[in-house]
Design a binder for this molecule. Structure first.
Ligand code: ZN
Length: 259
């Protein structure tokens, strides 16, 4: 396997990140909602290959694809059955392949949208999860097309990945997510410390991402449906008395939707 030279967040729109992975053999661009910042980042003529990975069909993840495809002759990979039609190679759960010396695994994680997939990219010594709008640091995506059960199952797949997996969500939502997380789990010391840390990063204009599975298991309420602190808060504030993971998830998601 070869090495990743760098993984950089390219800011786009108000709070999106388009992730740019540089390798010896080519560039990988994940979810380019806008072509212009990508072209600024890599230059108008490149001397290596470019591949685009799409996690789901939303416009802020796909709006720049056609332009980049034309300009750089990029190959576009994305979910099978996606409403987004510019995909050259359609992927399903269990697909695995090599790209630029990296090993990439695909899983279907519906909920935010029905077509949503993740890309788990392995280089020599690390694993990197590109999970679009399914997991954010301290939060998760809204359930637009799927059911709460689907989203809960998808989050379970992600939280079962190895602890040291780096996680690259597509939005800088961390601080607003942590406001909610602290309401849901006020006594979580890791969460309090993480909010202080992220506040400092944002004051310096630094992205809070990537995060890791280990970090999210400590602070993300949507991955902490086992927490007795969360159970007590849901009961007291929302009148929901349950310890069943899927019901706790639904209670949190509904609460966050109106937070
Ligand atoms: Zn989306």
């Amino acid at each position: 396997m070869s090495e990743i030279l760098s993984i950089l967040p390219i800011p786009a729109f108000k709070d999106n990140y388009i992730w740019l992975i540089d390798t010896n053999e080519g560039y990988i661009v994940v979810d380019p909602g806008d072509a212009v910042p990508v072209m600024k980042a890599i230059g108008s003529s490149i001397n290596k290959d470019l591949t685009i990975l799409i996690t789901h069909h939303h416009f802020d993840h796909t709006g720049g694809v056609e332009t980049l495809k034309d300009k750089y002759r990029a190959n576009v990979l994305g979910p099978k059955g996606s409403p987004f039609k510019a995909i050259d190679q359609a992927l399903i759960s269990g697909d695995a392949f090599n790209l630029y010396g990296l090993f990439i695994e695909i899983d279907h994680i519906p909920g935010h949208t029905l077509d949503h997939i993740y890309y788990l990219i392995h280089d020599d010594n690390k694993s990197h999860l590109f999970c679009g709008d399914t997991v954010f640091s301290g939060g998760c995506g809204r359930v637009f097309e799927g059911t709460f059960k689907q989203m809960h199952d998808s989050l379970n797949k992600i939280s079962a990945l190895p602890n040291d997996t780096f996680v690259y969500p597509t939005h800088e939502y961390t601080l607003s997510n942590l406001k909610f997380a602290l309401q849901a789990e006020p006594n979580n010391k890791d969460l309090q410390d993480y909010e202080n840390h992220c506040q400092k990063l944002r004051e310096q204009g630094t992205p809070t991402l990537p995060t890791s599975i280990k970090q999210e298991l400590l602070i993300n309420p949507f991955l902490r449906t086992h927490s007795s602190d969360i159970h007590a808060v849901l009961k007291n504030i929302r009148g929901i008395e349950t310890t069943a993971s899927e019901d706790v998830f639904s209670g949190l998601r509904e609460w966050k939707d109106s937070f």
